[in-house]
Ligand binder design. Structure first.
Ligand SMILES: [Zn+2]
Length: 377
């Protein structure tokens, strides 16, 4: 329903081009989608008036001045309705945010909320997305190079509730990889250092800290139960084992989780978003590798304790972490329809900048996730 006092604006992420006299080309900057339609002079002039300030009545007056004849307001409403349906214009309502987020949040996250608005229909969904982020509770196992940066980016996006799990202390060598590293943090628990760093981004952040390593004996059912979304970057004793333990528990609680990637000096892994009943789970990945590597017989490496020498570059781990946060934010804020989601783990190569994605499919007979039915978040 369009009223004559309503005010509309062309979406922030849209450019309009006129090709010749009567072809309008609409360019969606966020997706690179383009649509064209034939438009008469009236429609072209009308679109030029949709500035986020003029009401429909104001536009009618303006158009009548320019065309020098009386215009039926229903003709204007008809064009506006079509532009709304195509996602080209949106109503410009004042204070609509106040039912969803505070004025402080609106000011603080304005640019991000506008970005969300490029992917969501209508005027309120972008504020709902921000509210989802602020209300979510994120559990992160492992707060090193990748986990620390994931926490930092999520805090920058507005996440206020964290449960963090790490038993390590900050070392001088962490400066090459940890974004939250500060000289004065050397020797203190990583969780305390990260907490101090996150508090500088947003003093309203609440953190529950578990100063411990994840082991096969660690009880994680209750802690996963308290979280809305779970991330694993714990690579000790071995990320394959921690991921299996966490993913199986998350699947049984039907909670989406992210097995974050990292780097092993040679490439950066993007990791994988796991949505119960929709994407492959960690057991599906394990079965994939078992099959893919079935003819490979391990030969003992002559160099002992290779893991102590493993290389790293901060930009590679930050790339993995940022990739993870893009996926996590899309999920928790509902920015994408995940029904047809098909991305699996990717591997970023340092020398060529290529990302090669594995072709892992969900195994419908998987003992962990096979019987789980996807439920939209
Ligand atoms: Zn599975």
């Amino acid at each position: 329903m369009i009223n004559q006092t309503d005010i509309y604006k062309i979406r922030d992420g849209i450019d309009v081009y006129l090709i010749g006299e009567e072809i309008l080309q609409i360019y969606f900057m966020n997706t690179r989608k383009q649509i064209q339609f034939k438009a008469n002079k009236f429609t072209v002039l009308l679109i030029e008036c949709i500035d986020g300030k003029k009401s429909i009545l104001d536009i009618k007056k303006k158009l009548e001045e320019r065309i020098e004849k009386i215009i039926d307001i229903d003709a204007i409403k008809q064009v506006l309705l079509l532009l709304v349906q195509k996602g080209i214009i949106v109503e410009n309502k004042q204070n609509v945010h106040s039912s969803y987020i505070s004025d402080e949040s609106k000011e603080r996250y304005d640019r991000q909320i506008n970005f969300f608005g490029d992917f969501l229909p209508g005027v309120v969904r972008k504020y709902e997305a921000q509210r989802e982020i602020e209300n979510s509770c994120i559990l992160i196992f492992g707060c090193g190079a990748v986990g620390g940066w994931i926490a930092t980016e999520l805090a920058m996006c507005g996440v206020r509730n964290f449960i963090l799990f790490d038993g390590d202390v900050v070392e001088k060598s962490d400066i090459t990889r940890h974004i939250y590293y500060k000289e004065e943090f050397a020797g203190i628990p990583k969780l305390d250092a990260l907490e101090a760093s996150l508090a500088k981004i947003n003093p309203k952040i609440n953190i529950t800290k578990y100063y411990q390593y994840l082991t096969p004996e660690t009880l994680i059912t209750n802690v996963i139960d308290k979280a809305d979304f779970i991330i694993n970057t714990a690579d000790e004793p071995y990320i394959g084992h921690t991921s299996l333990k966490i993913s199986r528990e998350c699947i049984s609680q039907k909670k989406a989780h992210y097995i974050a990637g990292g780097f092993d000096a040679h490439l950066a892994s993007t990791g994988e978003l796991i949505i119960p009943g929709l994407t492959p789970c960690v057991d599906c990945y394990a079965d994939y590798f078992k099959e893919a590597l079935k003819d490979w017989k391990p030969s003992p490496h002559p160099v002992k304790e290779r893991h102590l020498e493993i290389g790293g570059l901060s930009s590679m781990s930050l790339l993995s972490a940022s990739y993870a946060v893009i996926e996590i934010i899309k999920y928790i804020a509902g920015l994408t329809d995940f029904t047809n989601y098909s991305k699996s783990r990717g591997e970023f190569l340092f020398d060529t900048l290529d990302i090669n994605y594995l072709d892992v499919k969900r195994d419908e007979n998987c003992k962990t996730c096979g019987e789980i039915v996807y439920e939209k978040a």
